[in-house]
Design a protein around this ligand. Structure first.
Ligand SMILES: [Zn+2]
Length: 252
């Protein structure tokens, strides 16, 4: 019998009629996860008590990256303008700058909440793809992901790695139809407690089960070691500007 990856309810309690995109359709995602019930699927796409959904928080950030990637190989006319509900993107001599639109610029509560939704969305994308690709996720050790992404409880750290070189191995096809890769590049490090993924050229690291300080320090040391030469730093994501959404690294 089918069980929902998020609420753990089975087919006799919930329905599985709708197609659940693991990566939002609005981002070009084409994969589905069959183990997401309609209620949970809707949860991530609905605005809830905010004026944006979790999927929208993801889309807002990553669509800017997608455009930026396409711009490196296609003429501006073909790619079209940057469109965003929350950000203004300006270009000066090939360098891109993004900032919150005036109506959000001084609203730090809004920015914080949008960033939290983005983080929860990243976990959603990861977890549904993990389940789709590897068939795991129902085990209790993953409850901390369920709690944070689906039920808005606790807070989990997500780390962003800054590249030292502007060469990003991405094909146009990938910018159009983004895919989540596990263990794709040799600089991605994962262990029992932490996982690293690359999505649209961005590298993120985060816990996948309960961890202690020693687990974290061990992860941090080993992850930093194998990233030498490719990355210059690691930042705990607290706000959107921690992420190089417009890939300014490509200008270096
Ligand atoms: Zn469910």
């Amino acid at each position: 019998m089918k069980t929902c990856l998020w609420c753990l309810n089975t087919e006799n309690k919930v329905t599985f009629l709708k197609k659940a995109h693991t990566i939002p359709k609005s981002l070009g995602g084409q994969n589905f996860n069959k183990n997401v019930c309609d209620e949970c699927n809707e949860y991530f796409g609905n605005k809830q008590d905010k004026n944006y959904s979790i999927e929208e928080a993801l889309k807002e950030a990553f669509n800017i990256t997608r455009k930026r990637m396409l711009l490196s190989s296609k003429p501006k006319k073909q790619v079209g303008k940057f469109k965003s509900r929350f950000f203004d993107i300006t270009e000066k001599k090939g360098k891109y700058k993004f900032e919150f639109k005036t109506s959000f610029r001084f609203n730090s509560e809004f920015q914080k909440s949008l960033c939290r939704s983005f983080k929860r969305g990243l976990y959603k994308l990861y977890f549904e793809e993990l389940n789709r690709q590897k068939g795991i996720g129902f085990e209790t050790e993953f409850d901390l992901i369920r709690k944070f992404a689906r039920y808005d409880e606790n807070d989990l750290p997500i780390f962003y790695f800054q590249r030292s070189v502007g060469i990003i191995m991405i094909l146009d096809k990938e910018a159009e139809t983004p895919t989540l890769f596990f263990e794709r590049m040799k600089y991605l490090y994962s262990d029992e407690y932490f996982e690293e993924i690359e999505f649209l050229g961005h590298v993120f690291g985060f816990p996948k089960k309960e961890f202690n300080l020693e687990n974290f320090e061990n992860y941090h040391t080993k992850s930093t070691e194998i990233k030498k030469g490719f990355f210059v730093g690691i930042t705990k994501i607290e706000k959107f500007t921690n992420i190089d959404i417009t890939f300014n690294i490509m200008n270096k």
